[in-house]
Design a protein around this ligand. Sequence first.
Ligand code: BES
Ligand code: MN
Ligand code: ZN
Length: 491
Amino acid sequence: MQFSTRTTPPGRMRAGCALVPVLAGKELTAGGKEIDAVHGGRLAKMLRSGDLPAKAGATLLVQLDGHLPRVLLVAMGDAREATEKAFTDAVRGGLKAAGQLAADEAISLLHEAPVAGRDTDWKLRAQVLIGREIAYRFETLKTKRDPQPVRPKRVVLPVASATASTAAVAEATAIANGVDMAKDLGNLPGNHCTPTYLADTAKKMARELGLKAEVLDARQMQALKMGALLSVARGSDQPPKLIVLRYQGAGAKKPPIALVGKGITFDTGGISLKPAPEMDEMKFDMCGAASVLGAMRAVAELKLKINLVVVVPTTENMPGGRATKPGDVVASMSGQTIEILNTDAEGRLILCDALTYVQRFKPTTVVDVATLTGACVIALGHHHSGLFSPSDALAAELQDAGRDIGDSCWRMPLDEEYQEQLKSPFADMANIGGRPAGSVTAACFLSRFAKGYDWAHLDIAGTAWKSGANKGASGRPVPLLANFLLARARG
Ligand code: BES
Ligand code: MN
Ligand code: ZN
């Protein structure tokens, strides 16, 4: 589904279908009235019939003729001014209904509906992101593809002024491209998406978008003394990788922002083996990696004026004859030693060495993204990602970026008091802190390595994918990250 803007008045536009918003169950917007006038009041008449429920997302098809053969009236809810939720429900309902019609091109006037506290650009971005979400398919591993084509193929958004609106649509399109990439990587199973595959994908993206790519192998990790990362890879026959991508949009002098993503391509738990039910979902344990690669794609496509480094430590977590055992003590790249009491708490082990490694780029700000703890799902469910940061300013930036683009995070505590739970009699720290506040002690563990820069940690265990009938990667938090970086680029 491709989106574009056009400044032609809606009444004169040619398309297979038009999505026309209806406010408070009866009222048309300016563009809707224009179309209605051209078609002899047919829309107003349909609305008087009372056949369109006011509920946001309800639709009513009106057959017209000439250069606009169909209109889909789309209810925006009972209020004249829609809430964000009513608006997004209406966009979803409208685009899905349009997809049932034999029209390849649609025009959408839905952004003419007023939304409390939101401007036109926000409404344009929302339509692009929702449309692309509806259009997403993951069929690369099926021999028989869905014969139904994705419709509408093209959506034209009539706007008053081309410049600002076109930028908004371009931003949302780049973000959607990043989201699609993150979904594709997340959905690809562990036998296809190995650390080597992730590294090759990163290199391919680097060639396509002119990024610098470097991939470290086990030998180089050894030389850097990344004992924590290597301890996770020990049980696997797949070689681990440390992927580094660098984008320079702001000149060589400016210090970069860095994103670090957890890339466990399959998490069996290791010797602390996970139970069988739903273990397949642990192919999604590289969604942090996928999201930072997706955010990099959006940034590079938009040529943002920032410098960005993406670091992805990636390995499988497997049991095996050489696998790390509970009680083993390893030395991290930082020099700090870790008693591994549970080999299933592996995310923090690969991230801690990446957080030390990233110091060499002298970043101002580092955000790590990880499907880190089941405890975060218990705490927050599937709506907000967990946000942990010692910096109020950085936490606020990330919260605002997420809220603005419908990819929210909720700040969790990170007080000193929780650090006690990580005490070990045999090493500088243990890799687990017991049952209480499991997502907090995981973040506390990472905080011991995140030194020399402003740092935030996003626990996406509850938001990176959906379970059940609609199982699949969500692409979150690519929108949050990209929106955060867009704001940084604006300065
Ligand atoms: N990848 C998991 C976290 C996870 C579990 C995400 C379920 C989403 C759904 C992580 O590596 C893990 O296993 N964490 C353990 C930590 C525990 C051993 C302290 C967990 O959450 O159970
Ligand atoms: Mn685990
Ligand atoms: Zn894991």
